[in-house]
Write a protein that binds this ligand. Sequence first.
Ligand code: NAP
Length: 260
Amino acid sequence: MPGIEESKCILVTGATAGIGRALALSLAKLPSNPQVIAAGRRQDRLEELKRAGLEIIQFDLDTDASSLKSSVDLILEKYPNLDAVILNAGVQYEFDFKKEINIAKLQSELNINYTSVVTTIAYLTPHFLKLSAASQPSFIIPVTAGLGIVPAVWVPGYSASKAALHSYTTSLRLQLNDTNIHVLEIIPPLVESELHDAEGTTEKLTNLWMPLDKYTEVTMQGLRNGDTIISTGGSLVWYDKYDKDKEGVIAQLQAAREKW
Ligand SMILES: NC(=O)c1ccc[n+]([C@@H]2O[C@H](COP(=O)([O-])OP(=O)(O)OC[C@H]3O[C@@H](n4cnc5c(N)ncnc54)[C@H](OP(=O)(O)O)[C@@H]3O)[C@@H](O)[C@H]2O)c1
């Protein structure tokens, strides 16, 4: 499998904090010296990444399809050699269905974690198919979560959005498996980041999460190897236990469809 070091230009969404920021900075230090485009909303943090030598772009994913299309078009115009995307931006909110549900928040979470991600992929894929036709590899790498395999009931929308993205990623990989587009999936366990700040649970989790440095090292190795599933810790245990065996069944289903 080709690894990320084959890539010349990598877009990382959600690169202003946590996992995305750590991966963007590590990718920029690869010996293969790729151009790394850090995307996010917070301009001050993007400026800091620019000072570290990264390209930056302000990109709000909580928007509609036509705005996403405009952003993708702008990115491809400025970076025609883009050949990898790590779809990492995400949010996580708690919902208690015995209380009033904030519908705007519920829908925004689904949009950021799923709808905008698959829409962005749909707009980028024709570009990657052109690279593929010219025998150039490219990479589509969504970031899902262990909670997409085993839902956490207090974050039902988050868990469902990640389950949806996990399923979509599997289908995308199989649809594109006769092209030069490599669909990898990063499935983090609980990792040190700012994800839980929104719900005020960060302090409680500091004893439980994987340190970001350690997580980044493992994930970078998976990206360099070109591993299809890049996971570790509790998420890898869940993937191996509940999901791995599905691969054969999915392939059988696809083979049956091809005979229709
Ligand atoms: N940390 C964990 O325990 C864990 C576990 C499993 C999976 N994950 C997944 O890993 C990914 C990264 O999370 P993290 O833990 O590193 O969280 P984080 O520290 O909170 O970072 C989230 C990133 O997403 C960006 N983002 C949020 N809303 C956005 C929007 N509307 N448009 C564009 N960007 C937006 C943020 O940037 P701006 O605010 O500047 O836009 C930030 O850069 C997420 O997909 C998350 O679900 C994390």
